[in-house]
Ligand binder design. Sequence first.
Ligand SMILES: Nc1ncnc2c1ncn2[C@@H]1O[C@H](COP(=O)(O)OP(=O)(O)O)[C@@H](O)[C@H]1O
Ligand SMILES: [Mg+2]
Length: 364
Amino acid sequence: MSPTQDSRPAGATTASADAPTGDPAASTGGPPPLEVRGLIKRYGELTAVAGVDITVNPGDVYGYLGPNGAGKTTSLRMMLGLIRPTEGTVRVFGRDPLDTVRALEGVAGFVEAPTFYPYLNARRNLEMLAAYDGHGASERIDQALDTVELSSRARDRVGGYSHGMRQRLGIAAALLRAPRLLLLDEPATGLDPAGMRDMRLLIRRLAEQGMTVVLSSHLLAEVEDLCNRVAIVRSGRIVYEGEIAALKRGAATAYRLQTTEDERALAVAGAQPGITDAHRDEHGRIVLTVADEAAVAALSRALVEAGALIHALAPQTVTLEDLFFSFTEGDDHQPSSGLANGAVGTGGASEAGEALAAPVPVAR
Ligand SMILES: Nc1ncnc2c1ncn2[C@@H]1O[C@H](COP(=O)(O)OP(=O)(O)O)[C@@H](O)[C@H]1O
Ligand SMILES: [Mg+2]
C-alpha cells in the first residue's frame, strides 16, 4: 500500500508526494537553514517553550504544528532573533540570530500578523521597508508584489486590504530581503477558504523556487497539504519530529474488510499469520490490524480459498489529525479544544481522507 495514496480528500493535491524531500544530501553543504537545540523560554513561572530541538534542511517546507498556546509564536520569535532564549541555541545558517544583524541575512518572516501603515498604499509601505533594509531591496518590490499577486492592488491603501491581502503583503515584505529561509507564523490562520488556497499556492510557489519555509500552524490539513516535514509541539515540547510520510506510514496498519461471508472471513483473518488483530467495530464492520502488506496479500488469497469473496479490503489511513490528537491528548497546560472541530476522534484510524481539520478562528 502506498502511504500517501487514499489519504487525502478527492480534489486535494498530493503534497507529500510533491513536496520537496528536504534530503540533506541534496543540499550544497554548509550549515542547515535552521538548527534549534534545547530551546527554552520562561516567563516567570510559565514555561512557554520547554526544550525544543529541530533541524530544518534546505528545501524543507517545515510545519511547526501545535494547538493554541503550545509555544509556536514564542519559538518563532526566538528563531527570528526577536527575543532572547532563556536557554538553548538557535542557529540560522550556522549563525546566532542575536549575534549580529548579518546573522539574519537570508532570513525573513513575521510572527502573528505583519504590520503596515494603513493609510499608505502597499507599494509605499514596501518602499519604506526597502529603504530601511537596503541591500537592493527596492529593486525587488515589483517582483515581490507580483509573486504575492498584489501588483494590481499596489496603489490601494493597505487599510482597505482584506486579512488575506495583508498576509500576502507581509510575505512580499519578507521577499524584499531575498530570503533563503522564510519563517511564517500561522500564515493561513483566519483566512477564508479562497484566501487559504491562495496562501497555500503562494507558499508552494516559493518552495518550488528553492526557498526553505518554516510555517507554524494549528491547522492539520494545511500542514499535511503543504509540508514535507513536521514538528508536533505540545506544551512547548516537541512530541514528534520527522517526515509526514513516515509518520503516516508508521500508523497506517489498519484495514477494513467486507466480504460476501463476513463471519467466515473474520475466522479466516483471525487465524491468518501477519494479521495481528481482527474484530468487528461498533458498526459491525471488520477491522484488521496487519503486520505488513504481504499479510494483506496472503489474506486476500486465503479469503478467496475459503469462499469469502472480497467486496472491500481498504487501508484505514490515519490522518495527521488523528495522530495529532494522540500526541496532544492529556495536555494539562492548554486545552486542545481550540485546535479543530470537536467531532474528531481520538487517535483511532479513520476512513481515508475523512475528518481533516476545519479551520477555526484563533483567539489572540
Ligand atoms: N511575553 C509573554 N509573557 C508572558 N507569557 C507569554 C508571553 N508570550 C507568550 N506567553 C505565553 O506562552 C505560552 C505560549 O504562547 P505562544 O508562543 O503565543 O503560543 P502559540 O503561538 O503556540 O499559540 C502561552 O501560555 C502564552 O500565554
Ligand atoms: Mg501563535
